[in-house]
Design a protein around this ligand. Structure first.
Ligand code: FAD
Length: 334
């Protein structure tokens, strides 16, 4: 079944109970043993009854075999799977293979993405003959392509960025701060002694582009991770105002340790609320238990803040159980 349809039916069914639902995202491990371990972990998570599992797609199709294998495993085990698929640095042949394989084993949900360029310099790429003559260069192209080839077979999810896509976030000189609009102030972040923000004009472009992905056939949006609930609430409202009417699901990254948290906020250019950064600053960052405890408290607060605005949470669990189980426990009995 398509995920947006499941969510809608849950909403009708659970109206009285007002129970929130959740989904889990995994990335494919590199080794065979890792895949075996993840399959066991999926079984454990399945007992907690997530609505669906996402399996990510490595840039340029680097994990295509593993992503397809795990997606098939989830689907044939009787659970709902949302398989990610990117289109940059991928030949059309590879995209066709992925879609046909998924279609043929019965998968009905795809998260359609552009993807990021692979991390080798153009020169190296030329030498290694890695430059690919891409035919689909954006998620919009991919959504259109899937709809043109498979009509309504797949439920399609696309990515949304409450703070703007990282490529649209720019450094704000200190003397410009006073000129920021109220909405820009919500998106303003402070990192490594500098201020950053996706300015209103770029943000509006982003919203228009997101709407074009929905108009082209996307049924649902999952967001980039964020740590400030207000950003999501504003984004949800802005999407509504521009005419987006599909479910917008908050992507919540669980904090497993300080280094991975730091890596992700730099990669995604995510705003970290001062209250959370201050707590990390006054803590021994090597103390994983303490970092996880602070992170968990913050995520619980976010769930509390967002609960009146959403009925479903998508958890980036980074293939780990402990914190995820605690968050799910909290979600279930909240
Ligand atoms: P697009 O939607 O095509 O565009 C990204 C940005 O480009 C837009 O937000 C906009 O700023 C700009 N843009 C492009 N075209 C236009 C236009 N016509 N008009 C205006 N602006 C435009 N990466 C992976 O490699 N594998 C994964 O499995 C994966 N899963 C993800 C899941 C989620 C929920 C999210 C949020 C991201 C994921 N990513 C993944 C990362 C993603 O590939 C990158 O963020 C990538 O840079 C953009 O992909 P996209 O699908 O958002 O691209």
């Amino acid at each position: 079944m398509k995920i947006h349809e499941i969510l809608l039916s849950k909403l009708d069914h659970d109206k009285q109970k007002k129970q929130v639902t959740f989904s889990i995202e995994f990335f494919p491990p590199k080794t065979e043993q890792g895949i075996i371990n993840l399959k066991k972990r999926i079984q454990k998570f399945a007992e907690l009854e997530p609505i669906f599992f996402d399996i990510t797609w490595g840039a340029g199709g680097s994990t295509s075999d593993q992503t397809l294998e795990l997606s098939k495993h989830i689907h044939t085990s009787g659970h709902t799977c949302n398989m990610h698929l990117t289109c940059t640095n991928m030949t059309l042949e590879k995209i066709d293979h992925a879609l046909k394989t998924a279609h043929d084993f019965g998968l009905t949900n795809i998260l359609a993405l552009r993807g990021d360029p692979i991390s080798v310099s153009d020169n190296q790429k030329k030498q290694q003959d890695l430059i690919i003559d891409e035919q689909l260069t954006s998620a919009l192209d991919l959504v259109r392509y899937i709809r043109s080839k498979y009509d309504d077979h797949f439920g399609i999810t696309v990515a949304g960025y409450p703070e703007g896509h990282p490529s649209q976030i720019t450094m704000i000189p200190r003397d410009e701060l006073k000129n920021l609009s109220e909405k820009e102030k919500i998106r303003l972040s402070f990192r490594d002694e500098n201020y950053y923000c996706c300015r209103d004009e770029a943000y509006q472009n982003e919203l228009r582009y997101l709407k074009s992905k929905v108009d082209a056939g996307a049924d649902m949006i999952i967001t980039q991770l964020f740590f400030d609930s207000q950003l999501f609430i504003q984004f949800q409202q802005d999407c509504y105002e521009i005419g987006i009417r599909v479910p917008i699901i908050p992507g919540i990254m669980l904090i497993q340790n300080y280094n991975s948290f730091r890596r992700m906020i730099t990669l995604c250019q995510t705003k970290v609320p001062k209250i959370l950064m201050d707590r990390f600053d006054s803590t021994d960052r090597e103390n994983v238990d303490l970092i996880q405890e602070i992170g968990l408290e913050h995520i619980k607060q976010m769930i509390h803040d967002l609960k009146g605005h959403v009925d479903h949470f998508h958890l980036y669990v980074l293939n780990k159980e402990k914190i995820a189980f605690q968050v799910i426990e909290h979600l279930k009995y909240f």
